[in-house]
Design a protein around this ligand. Structure first.
Ligand code: ADP
Length: 391
């Protein structure tokens, strides 16, 4: 049974065709990027071959059309009828969606109502849904929300200490994001630990980064909050700062809300601390050349992440495993080493060679806490949820 997984951003459409009958093998995957812009391109992998070309594609529907055309041309499927369902990554499901849902007109209405909480993502996600409904008729479309996994957080984790009316009227609370990734890697970690009750900290460290405390399979706290801006330092996002800084910039320095938004989302984080790049690879390369700003930026990152992990060890009153994933988590062994050094006090000990090789288990046999590295496969998790829904 073939499932299409679609993940749309404001100017991108990522897709994966997964064969659920063949152990969830990926048959085809790719991206249409810079949709509606001059430098729009198509990039895909099919039958171990890469297909890459530039083409002007004006919207998500045309992007999907292109992806389907190439899928047929390269015989990933003989006919579109082989696709039995589509799974959509939808960023915000608010408090309403605690699990994946079959998309109906009511669900689309709710996704729209949540535009105000996810103005960059939910509109693009709905574009993807509408394109699939139009081009792949009469099959179920399933929404898998980034926020759902964190809906198990207790009130003490999700409420902010501001007057209750802002939660009630404006829905201001911690939602958390990257839920599909935290769910997938925590479940994979449970399999490796063979202990369903374990206390795990999952570290999704990419351009956007978030850390979750997962106890007995449930997310009990997570570092991103009302928006993906809260939490640990990220590529260009500040993470948590004193909220009074915003008021100070607004009132004293007369910066507009738009300007502050731009500063905190696009000009902060690792980019601001290093003044080199938002990409850890560039910073690591500069650190190798003994660039002081780069060395400081890496120290800063490790400190920011280790502090959050420490907080979650206290929140769960213990820890059995830490799992790293995403671009930085999977590759930056030097950051994993620095982060774990802060955790020596509770008996975290890495195996140097395994950490360098990014093996699944990177802690030493002497470590009191197991440390893992694994790729996150949100597409696979979405496909599995789709199968569970349509069964
Ligand atoms: P996104 O959040 O956009 O999905 P990714 O999970 O792909 O991002 O992470 C992208 C980031 O991962 C890059 O900006 C870079 O900082 C980091 N990264 C990717 N590859 C490496 C690598 N080999 N070594 C260190 N960092 C890497």
């Amino acid at each position: 049974m073939k499932i299409l997984v679609v993940n749309t951003g404001s100017s991108s459409l990522k897709f994966q065709l997964i064969d659920a009958k063949k152990n969830f093998t990926e048959l085809y995957s790719g991206i249409v990027d810079n949709i509606g812009k001059k430098n729009c391109f198509f990039d895909a992998k099919i039958n171990h071959t890469r297909i890459h070309f530039k083409k002007n594609i004006s919207n998500h529907e045309k992007g999907l059309q292109e992806a389907l055309k190439i899928m047929l041309k390269n015989k990933a499927v003989k006919s579109l009828k082989e696709i039995k369902a589509v799974g959509h990554r939808v960023v915000h499901g608010g408090e309403k969606y605690k699990n994946a849902v079959k998309i109906t007109s009511q669900v689309k209405k709710t996704i729209k109502e949540l535009y105000e909480l996810a103005p960059l993502h939910n509109p693009a996600n709905l574009q993807g849904i509408l394109a699939c409904e139009k081009l792949l008729k009469n099959i179920p479309n399933i929404a898998v929300f980034d926020t759902s996994f964190h809906q198990t957080m207790p009130q003490k984790a999700y409420l902010y200490a501001i007057p209750k009316e802002y939660y009630k009227k404006f829905k201001i609370r911690r939602y958390g994001f990257h839920g599909t990734s935290h769910k997938y890697i925590s479940q994979e970690t449970y399999k490796l630990l063979k202990n369903k009750k374990a206390k795990i900290i999952t570290c999704h460290l990419g351009n956007g980064s978030s850390i979750s405390a997962v106890s007995g399979g449930k997310s009990i706290d997570t570092s991103m909050g009302f928006t993906p801006l809260e939490g640990v330092i990220m590529g260009t996002r500040s993470g948590t700062i004193d909220p009074a800084i915003i008021l100070y910039l607004l009132k004293k320095h007369k910066l507009s809300p738009e300007k502050i938004d731009e500063i905190l989302n696009y000009r902060s984080g690792i980019l601001a601390v290093s003044e080199i790049s938002s990409d850890v690879r560039d910073i690591w390369a500069a650190a190798q050349r003994k660039n002081k700003k780069a060395i400081f930026a890496l120290e800063y990152m490790a400190y920011s992440i280790a502090k959050q992990i420490g907080a979650y060890i206290a929140a769960m009153n213990g820890i059995d495993a830490i799992t790293f994933t995403a671009g930085i988590g999977e590759n930056a062994w030097y950051l994993r080493k620095d982060i774990c050094e802060y955790l020596n006090f509770i008996g975290v000990k890495l195996d140097t060679a395994k950490n360098r090789a990014s093996k699944p288990l990177i802690s030493s046999p002497l470590s009191k806490v197991k440390v893992f590295v694994m790729p996150s496969n949100e597409g696979l998790e979405i496909a599995e949820e789709v199968i569970n829904m349509i069964k």
